[in-house]
Structures are given as C-alpha cells and as structure tokens.
Design a protein around this ligand. Structure first.
Ligand code: SIN
Ligand code: FE
Length: 299
C-alpha cells in the first residue's frame, strides 16, 4: 500500500541488573521515569533461585484447589491457599517469605524515594498452568486489561508488581503488553458508564466494597471491563507479545500497563501499593491522567 508504517515504541525496557540488592544507581531517575510511564522493566539476568529441596514445590499438588494462587501475607507472615503437612507448609511459607523479602528489597533499592510511602501487600506463588479458559470474560486475564479490583477501592493508590518466572523446564511466561495508559484512557473514557449518585455508599453498606468506591475506582473498574469485553479491541489494539524467560524477573505498575497472560506455569509475584504522592512524577499516574481528561478531581 506504500504507506509509511507507523513505528511503535516497545513497552518493554531491559535492565542488566543481576542481583537482588543492586548498587544504588545513577540511573535512578531514568529507570523511575520508564516505570512510571507504564513500561515493563525486564530484568533478564535476575533469577529467583530455588534450592534443590525447594524444587518439590514446583508442582500444582500444593494448591488447595480453592484458590488459584498460594499467597503470603507479610503482616501475619502466614500462607493461604496451600495444601500439605505442617513441615512442608512451613518450608513453602519460608520460600514465599524469601521471595517477598527479595522483591521488596529490590524495589526499595531501585526506587529509594518510594521506601517511605510503600504499603507492602501480599506475595503469591502461582503453581497452576495458565488456564485455557476462564470462568467469565471479566475474570479472563488472557484479555488485555489493567488491574482494578471490584471489592478493593484504592482511590488512586498505585499497584506495583514484581514477577519472577521460576519454571524449571525453560517454559516462558507469555504476556501480551498493550498500548500506553493515556492512549487507552482516551479511547475508552467517553464510553464508560457514569457512577450513579448514592451507588458508592450503597455498595459499601452492602459490603460489596470494603470501603467507598471513588469516582476513580468506578472509572478504573469500567475501563478494565470495557477492555476485556471488546473482542475487536483485543485483536486490533497496539500490542506486543512478550515471552518472559524462565529465570527472569519483571516489574510494572499493573494498574497502568495494559497486559494479558497467555501461557506459562510457576510464577512468583509481589504486590506493593504506592500513594500517588510517593511517585517521582505523579502526573503519569492513572489518577492524574484520568483527572486531566475529565477535568475534575476523581479521588
Ligand atoms: C495478570 O495480572 O493479569 C496475570 C499475570 C500473570 O499471572 O502472569
Ligand atoms: Fe492483571
């Protein structure tokens, strides 16, 4: 057709870091700017090592089958979602605890400005193969989406995640990564339903939400749904397929980076929450991007 093909920048940025406590970087502002603009930071040389006696946990049989993931709560230092005898469960708990410590240490080392602001949430171990089919389109994480959770309003607080593929057979975890947040916000914002007056109070009173759903939470939830529901968008949206190799780690703000998981097995993940005020550049946050488009405060 002769038209000049538009060059799209990859949403993946590779860092050479190969240890969990990398020396403090002169590169901090540059790396922070990449992360906060919604890029996925890929650390191909950073491996979360399992000791030989821990490799037995690379098996779906440790799941209690009621929950998809085995999770570690840093407040109580306990695990949930696992099935096994006390000694095995204690070893598994320690494994999750070690990942939790490494992942949180990595973030505070790379982004020292976050340290004072972070609210460190759960870590998870995902021993099941990425399923072929989800129970509903809304729960189908093989569709491009941004993370937003119906029962947990966050009023703009960020969702930062560290992932480690620990597959022992060199099976990559394959994601699709979509377009930058401002692009998808602009694309969908006009189509999102309005929040009815009184609905936030009602959802909270009915205990459907754990706290009041802000206008921000309402928009993010509907953005998540609108992306997943639109099969044409799923096919035609700007996107790249990214095979995260076994033995690699990656970091992103999953409330901002459009992502979908296509295949893989055996993943560790740590979630950290960061108030917008703790960012290097709050203007790049989904909250500020949406507020700018809506021309009003949303949280
Ligand atoms: C997701 O956050 O959508 C899933 C990520 C994964 O399990 O790889
Ligand atoms: Fe997700």
């Amino acid at each position: 057709m002769g038209a000049i093909k538009k060059f799209r920048m990859s949403q993946i940025e590779t860092l050479a870091i190969d240890g969990w406590l990398p020396p403090r970087e002169s590169e901090e502002p540059r790396i922070a700017a990449m992360l906060e603009s919604g890029k996925v930071l890929l650390l191909p040389n950073l491996r979360f090592e399992l000791r030989s006696d821990e490799r037995r946990f690379l098996d779906p049989r440790w799941s209690d089958r009621k929950s998809k993931n085995i999770s570690y709560d840093p407040a109580s230092k306990t695990i949930k979602g696992a099935f096994g005898n006390d000694a095995d469960l204690e070893d598994l708990r320690r494994l999750l605890e070690r990942f939790h410590l490494r992942a949180t240490g990595l973030i505070t080392q790379l982004f020292p400005a976050y340290a004072a602001h972070l609210r460190i949430a759960a870590a998870s171990f995902r021993p099941m193969p990425v399923a072929g089919r989800a129970s509903s389109w809304r729960k189908d994480d093989s569709r491009l989406h941004i993370d937003a959770f119906p029962s947990r309003p966050n009023r703009g607080e960020r969702i930062l995640r560290v992932f480690a593929n620990v597959n022992p057979n060199d099976v990559p975890r394959v994601w699709r990564v979509g377009e930058p947040f401002p692009d998808l916000a602009q694309r969908f914002l006009k189509k999102l339903p309005r929040q009815w007056p009184g609905s936030a109070a009602l959802l909270s009173a009915l205990k459907i939400t754990k706290s009041r759903r802000s206008a921000y939470d309402h928009l993010m939830l509907h953005l998540h749904d609108a992306m997943k529901f639109d099969l044409d968008y799923q096919k035609t949206a700007p996107q790249e397929t990214v095979p995260f190799a076994a033995g690699s780690c990656w970091i992103c703000f999953s409330d901002q980076t459009s992502h979908a998981v296509m295949s893989g097995q055996y993943l560790f993940e740590q979630t950290l929450h960061l108030p917008v005020a703790g960012m290097y550049n709050a203007d790049s946050s989904p909250l500020r991007v949406l507020e700018k488009l809506r021309k009003r405060r949303l949280a």
